[in-house]
Unconditional design. Structure first.
Lengths: 367, 367
């Protein structure tokens, strides 16, 4: 069987790079607007997951994000089974927005929805419409934020009439300023991982291509008896409360990496030349074994693309490990001590010791 | 010729109403999240153009918006003439976001872009890509805000490969809290209008349908010698600086209505039973005469749909008229005293005296 990877599945990130560079260049010049308002932009924030603005006694955080193609899985499953998973994809949409925002240490306070479809009839289905609305509200509740409005558009000729674009934005606050997560990871720090619910929101283009290779497509049963499609559609975990509660209890996170696109390579998102030694991997959900088998991907490719059971990595001083795990447990997160950060002669890498998989720094180029 | 109005052009807003109601119901319940954060939601803010969150000494403002189908006009003109108007539509995108935000009195501080296309090749055109980036930055500059990141997605199977979805969000601040625009319009207030640049961002579905009726389509010359397509694509005016500078100079705006969808009916956006008597209309740009003629629409329909040359209406005490006009002039806006607000036995209406066109309150139902 032909190997199926991200490029074969039709996602060519390279072609977008020039556009993103133009945006970065044009965007950087606009920071001059902040001075006259008594505000400023923290150094190097434009490479981070959340944009920040520094005020006298707080930071404001602002993130725009969107769900991507996962909605097509929910559409297919609704057609095939009559079961609506739209509540879950709306939670996913909130998760993509607030999980990025929270990695700065910000508490999300307002989340807005953006929704566009090619035909209003798509939303005339009341099960779908209610589930989308209730899921978005549930995502906001899990994040501890208010749903602060949004925009719904019918874009005939732009968006397909049979699906939708689902995105949105969040505003958050870091106050007092000392609660900002600074990225000051150092040798000896512990790596704490928080479990994911499955694929969450990344790698869905590949996951959809795989459905065509499975004997019964989305209805193919997995090792646990659930179908492939249903497994893909488990709602993402929202990590905001964990991050906020760590700050509330005085547990200082040196950094928090949201494990999404690029999988475990995201652990080395910071520039610092450090080695992230992972000694305890989670048990990956059955959906990942199905993906690996159908796509013909090895461990290196799977862990370099998917979260494989862990959706957030947080770095803390060794003395804070127990307190961090206690916060996670108290708020219903499955968390564990996964490994440690090491200074190793200037090498930058993520090492998954159990699998003997090593990702060098140059394999991640996202900033 | 068949009359062409909004429903004939394929926009059925009614079909979206149920979904929006579900969202409003589910969203309203989430405001409970703000209390534990020491924040609150101002009364009745969910009907307004900008969501607000009240803190101890300021309000935060948050808006999610998007451009809609105007991008299709830019795509068509690029194919027909080779001339890129993408810089202008990116300014339009920023205008839809920040003009709504500013009507609360908020100064926009960060604006984020959302962009999705069906094929990365659409952005591989460097003229288009650069113009989109530079236009978005220019919009931010005009608004006095920083461009705080964003999200770019390729959504194959969801968005057309030949165009894009362009949206985004803004965060703003009202500080001190007394700068909030409260909607406390009263009988005797003056109506100040600020000029638009043409159709700006609303009514584009109808404008596109009209292109099919014109002898040379988008290339049809108008009374001023410019083409229909070029005229549609004049960049929108961004009113943020006017609103901010009024506050800076101590001019209190009782309300500011962004004249977009529903045209001049938007002047009575507030619930109050008042009559808005307009005595001086602007000279509408030639593009509006072309639309009226091609679509067979009378003054009532045109002024009830389009801005007809005025993009913002601000209400001030009579004593503040000169100061308001001076602020507008100092910052390059074309503004004039357009009329006054009257208490008339509980009637709610917009009266365009020169045209003998009257819109009663029930003709606007958008809150």
């Amino acid at each position: 069987m032909t190997r199926l990877d991200y490029h074969a599945a039709g996602v060519d990130y390279d072609a977008l790079d020039a556009f993103k560079r133009y945006c970065q260049q044009a965007g950087a010049a606009t920071r001059a607007a902040l001075g006259p308002l008594g505000l400023s932009e923290p150094a190097a924030v434009r490479g981070e997951s959340s944009y920040l603005i520094e005020a006298a006694d707080s930071y404001l955080a602002h993130v725009e994000e969107a769900l991507g193609t996962k909605i097509l899985v929910a559409d297919a499953m609704y057609r095939l089974t009559g079961k609506s998973f739209y509540r879950n994809v709306a939670i996913d949409d909130v998760s993509t927005i607030v999980n990025d925002l929270s990695t700065s240490g910000a508490q999300p306070i307002s989340v807005s929805m953006y929704l566009a479809t090619g035909d209003a009839a798509y939303l005339a289905d009341s099960v779908r419409a209610k589930d989308l609305a209730e899921g978005f509200a549930e995502g906001c509740r899990q994040a501890g934020a208010a749903w602060g409005g949004g925009e719904t558009q019918v874009l005939k000729g732009i968006v397909s009439p049979e699906t939708l674009v689902l995105g949105g934005s969040a505003v958050g606050v870091i106050a007092p300023k000392g609660r900002r997560i600074l990225g000051d990871v150092q040798s000896g720090d512990a790596i704490i991982c928080l479990a994911s619910s499955g694929v969450q929101t990344n790698g869905l283009t590949l996951c959809r291509a795989i459905a065509d290779r499975l004997p019964q497509g989305y209805l193919t049963p997995l090792a646990d008896g659930r179908t492939y499609g249903e497994s893909l559609l488990d709602a993402s975990v929202i990590y905001s409360r964990f991050i906020t509660e760590c700050a509330n209890r005085g547990v200082r996170l040196h950094y928090a990496a949201h494990i999404t696109g690029h999988g475990w390579r995201k652990l080395m998102r910071l520039d610092a030349p450090l080695v992230y030694r992972v000694r305890k991997l989670p048990v990956a959900q059955p959906v990942f074994a199905a993906i690996a088998k159908a796509a013909g991907l090895d461990d290196r490719e799977m862990y370099g693309t998917f979260n494989m059971g862990a959706g957030l990595a947080a770095y803390v001083a060794p003395a804070d490990v127990d307190a961090t795990l206690a916060v996670a447990k108290a708020h219903g997160y499955d968390a564990w001590l996964a490994g440690e950060v090491r200074e190793e002669a200037g090498r930058k890498a993520v090492v998954l010791e159990q699998l003997k998989v090593e990702f060098e720094g140059e394999s991640l180029n996202i900033r």
